[in-house]
Design a protein around this ligand. Structure first.
Ligand code: MG
Length: 307
């Protein structure tokens, strides 16, 4: 478990990346046996990590206390991206049921969003909760394009958009110029919202970048310039550290982007990475969903909370 795993390691592109890790630290493979790993989320109180194995229709749980992995929820409705809100409740995107849900403290499940203007959503992909309690999520069509990670269906929306659900439960469309909006995260002070577009999966020469929007007090977005282009595969899910760096999934591992969008380094992973999150008591451990496996690596940075 603590030996060197072939194909892993740190790749420094800009010397600024050297401050982000301890040289002798190794990437660990914590578990393998998934089909497509996504939606990692850290539960601080329970000291466990949940993540989605989308095609296997289950949410898995890695327990920090003993390293065991068990099934947290099956069927999971082909769950994808997840986060926790400020009350520590799990928030989950579900492909099959085409909705975003919250798991309450008593275990019951509340639907946060499943329609916009009376029509069903496509297949919510990733979600983040702002400190004011609003829930922001992306709605590409990956879960309804095929039967592998949801049910094939005709879209009811006129495209793939980004939505915000207010603390009162009202849903609004906040971005409508994405091809396949995917991962999203706020800057540490929540003044910016980063959103990935993975449109290249279904359009030759399509977007494979992260854009940056300014967030206004009333919950609307402005700006939206391209922040960073992905150089290997796609930016799918990503997280932000307290210094404003972005740690994003990519085809060859995790790409670290400086706060101004420059690729400064990589954590190399021998499988395509779908998403990441920070965890551990100090949020200095990056958990990495890499196709069939869950990896982790300790870093010399800390993730923003909640994860
Ligand atoms: Mg995603």
């Amino acid at each position: 478990m603590f030996g060197v795993i072939e194909g892993t390691g740190f790749e420094v592109i800009d010397p600024a990346f050297e401050a982000c890790f301890v040289g002798h630290v190794r990437v660990e493979r914590l578990w393998t046996g998934a089909r497509w790993s996504e939606g990692p989320v850290w539960h601080a109180a329970g000291r466990y990590l949940l993540w989605s194995d989308i095609p296997n229709n289950r949410i898995l749980r890695w327990d920090e206390t003993d390293g065991s992995v068990s099934v947290f929820r099956q069927p999971s409705n082909n769950s994808n991206g997840q986060t926790v809100d400020r009350q520590g409740r799990l928030v989950t995107c579900e492909h099959l049921t085409r909705r975003v849900t919250r798991t309450e403290h008593d275990g019951s499940i509340t639907v946060i969003a499943d329609r916009f203007e009376g029509r069903r959503l496509n297949s919510p992909n990733d979600v983040v909760v702002k400190s004011d309690g609003s829930v922001w999520f992306t709605d590409p069509s990956y879960g309804i394009l095929m039967d592998y990670e949801g049910d094939r269906a005709e879209p009811e929306q006129d495209g793939c958009h980004v939505y915000r659900v207010s603390p009162e439960g009202d849903i609004a469309r906040v971005a409508d110029d994405y091809l396949k909006p995917n991962g999203l995260a706020f800057s540490p002070d929540e003044s910016s919202l980063y959103i990935a577009d993975t449109g290249v999966t279904h359009e030759e020469g399509g977007p494979r970048h992260i854009r940056r929007h300014s967030v206004t007090a009333d919950g609307t977005l402005s700006g939206g310039e391209v922040f960073a282009e992905c150089t290997e595969g796609l930016f799918d899910g990503f997280r932000v550290d307290t210094d404003g760096r972005i740690w994003s999934s990519a085809a060859d591992g995790v790409h670290c982007l400086s706060p101004d969008g420059q690729l400064i380094g990589k954590v190399k992973i021998p499988e395509m990475v779908g998403n990441v999150c920070f965890g551990g008591a100090k949020l200095n451990r990056l958990f990495i969903g890499g196709t069939t496996s869950l990896y982790s690596v300790y870093l010399n940075v800390n993730g923003v909370s909640p994860v």
